[in-house]
Write a protein that binds this ligand. Sequence first.
Ligand SMILES: NC(=O)c1ccc[n+]([C@@H]2O[C@H](COP(=O)([O-])OP(=O)(O)OC[C@H]3O[C@@H](n4cnc5c(N)ncnc54)[C@H](O)[C@@H]3O)[C@@H](O)[C@H]2O)c1
Length: 256
Amino acid sequence: MNMQGRSAIVTGGAGGLGAATVRRLVENGVRVAIFDRDALRAGDLAKELGDAAAAVGGDVNNDDDVRAAIEAARLFGPLSILVNVAGGGVGGGRTVGRGGVPHDKDSFVLTMEMNATGTFNVTRLVAAAIGENEPDENGQRGVVVNTASIAGMEGKSGQVAYGAAKAAILGMTLPMARDLAPMGIRVCAIAPGVIGTPLMLGALEHLKEDPAAGVVFPKRMGYPEEYAILVESIISNPYLNGENIRLDGALRFTAK
Ligand SMILES: NC(=O)c1ccc[n+]([C@@H]2O[C@H](COP(=O)([O-])OP(=O)(O)OC[C@H]3O[C@@H](n4cnc5c(N)ncnc54)[C@H](O)[C@@H]3O)[C@@H](O)[C@H]2O)c1
């Protein structure tokens, strides 16, 4: 899909992968509603990007907040792109901890809500809005890109909640693509491995883990810009649909 003159919503757009995506879309002539619960950081990025972006503070599970993001994006041009990046872990831990303590149920539910329910909620509302566009020469009205994780395929011990939440996002890709095909909307998901966002760098430093451990080639963490390049490719290539795409330098998480 030709991006020039279109508008987009990037959830989690103030974060590491989200901000890189916002910048890349703007470079492609897209005007972006940066939708993030961190309104301050979203505002800073929007200010830096001038009239190419607007900040919308809000939560992906709040329908009124999502509608505000839709309205903001529509003021910029036909809303044709949704990139669901908002997500992350809430706590974590083993199903039964070392001392025999069961995993906290609330943090499991919160992790599912933040990642899986939030991605579904924004997509259902935004896709309905995208469906009102005129189709392009390929019959396309828009593209949705979701963000899972390789933990959704091979979660480590201690990642049961996050792994389940990201697996739910992977499981949405094909049925969403099938549901939205009659509206001319494609859906793909990206499953990143370890990407050097400030959040990830902080977590790895805390755990004293080698950030490139297990990465095959190139032997380093991914750059947020490499995530953004994949988002750009998915939007540009009209034949990519219904697929979960790993972005991980051939990293495979092992049992530890
Ligand atoms: N960085 C990595 O290595 C990596 C690997 C695999 C998957 N991911 C996934 O990529 C996404 C982005 O990761 P990141 O490293 O950029 O993290 P990040 O924390 O920098 O970005 C996440 C952003 O989402 C926002 N957010 C969180 N919950 C929200 C909600 N309910 N409503 C609105 N906004 C919300 C946060 O404020 C933040 O700005 C996450 O979904 C994460 O699980 C990241």
